[in-house]
Design a binder for this molecule. Structure first.
Ligand SMILES: [Zn+2]
Length: 323
């Protein structure tokens, strides 16, 4: 049994920002900070931003008790070697020895993991999934990520890359995705997809009475997911149509997940997760069509406890077993 540290530093690296925090063994985020990420420059420029965030944390009094750093990245990792293989939103690092670089800078052990898997771990250990032995976690944000935790352990697959559900096809004749496949769930229910679908819808007939163009100050290109979900909550017919489309797509996808894994709970996280909970009843109704598991209605669907900080907390959970 590996020794568990009481405090660890968790780092969550995204395409636009780096979040870092100090987390204790009960999953409390004692302090956190964010800096901008330089994801499209040189490898060194990206590292400089990472080091900046970590150094803010290391400057805190309790940080001297932290014995390791866990790092969450939105892409494929070789966890054993601490190498970031490829992350679409962080093109500056490809096959990059991220753990080794951070270890050298911070003089602490560093472990690396996929952000959705680590978010699932945090929700399972300390959050919305803590009462359950099998937890399927979905992060809804710019993209869609997922992770499955069974008996408090990430189901990581042969080489640590399992659980990547955001690019499961729900319509083989659907649009082409950046990943190379067609009709991925990410193209229907991510924040990016919702904003894009609303923009497309507004260019078609019957959109005259929508409040969306006004919200975007006449420039449909400026329409955001927040605007769409806000307008839907206020009763805008087109915004509701878009949000319902996303919820219906999630029902198809989750129906497959339920029939395959039969989790005890499904946790919605990420920036859009809490807002999608508004459509929980619609998603559940869709599961009557898209899941054949006779006990599908007993599977809880809940919002993430850590909200957008799940991956940071999960990175720290990884750090607590890192040496
Ligand atoms: Zn895809």
């Amino acid at each position: 049994m590996r020794k568990r540290k009481t405090i660890a530093i968790g780092v969550d690296i995204g395409g636009t920002k780096v979040a870092a925090g100090l987390v204790d063994s009960r999953g409390r985020i004692l302090f956190s900070t964010t800096t901008a990420m330089q994801a499209r420059g040189t490898p060194a420029a990206g590292l400089a931003q990472l080091f900046r965030a970590v150094d803010v944390i290391r400057g805190r009094p309790l940080a001297s008790q932290a014995r390791a750093i866990g790092v969450a990245v939105p892409g494929w990792v070789d966890a054993e070697r601490g190498v970031l293989l490829n992350a679409t939103n962080i093109p500056c690092w490809r096959n990059f020895p991220l753990a080794r670089n951070l270890r050298r800078h911070a003089s602490l052990p560093v472990c690396l993991g996929n952000d959705a898997n680590l978010a699932a771990l945090a929700e399972s250990r300390w959050g919305a999934g803590s009462k359950y032995s099998s937890v399927f976690y979905v992060t809804l944000g710019t993209g869609i990520g997922s992770g499955f935790v069974l008996d408090r352990r990430i189901v990581a697959g042969r080489a640590g890359m399992a659980g990547e559900g955001g690019h499961m096809t729900i319509d083989s004749s659907g649009p082409l995705c950046g990943c190379g496949k067609r009709g991925c769930i990410e193209l229907y229910a991510s924040g990016t997809a919702i904003a894009r679908r609303a923009r497309e819808r507004l260019t078609r007939r019957g959109a005259r009475h929508s409040s969306l163009p006004l919200l975007a100050r006449g420039q449909v290109a400026r329409l955001t997911t927040e605007m769409v979900s806000g307008a839907a909550a206020a009763g805008d017919v087109i915004a509701k149509e878009i949000m319902h489309g996303a919820a219906d797509a999630l029902a198809i996808w989750l129906g497959n997940i339920i029939d395959l894994l039969e989790p005890e709970v499904i946790v919605f996280g990420g920036g859009l997760g809490a807002r999608m909970m508004t459509y929980r009843r619609r998603i559940r109704a869709g599961l009557a069509t898209w899941a054949i598991n006779p006990r599908r209605n007993r599977i809880a669907i809940v919002a993430a406890h850590f909200g957008p900080e799940s991956a940071l907390a999960g990175a720290a959970a990884l750090g607590m077993t890192c040496e």
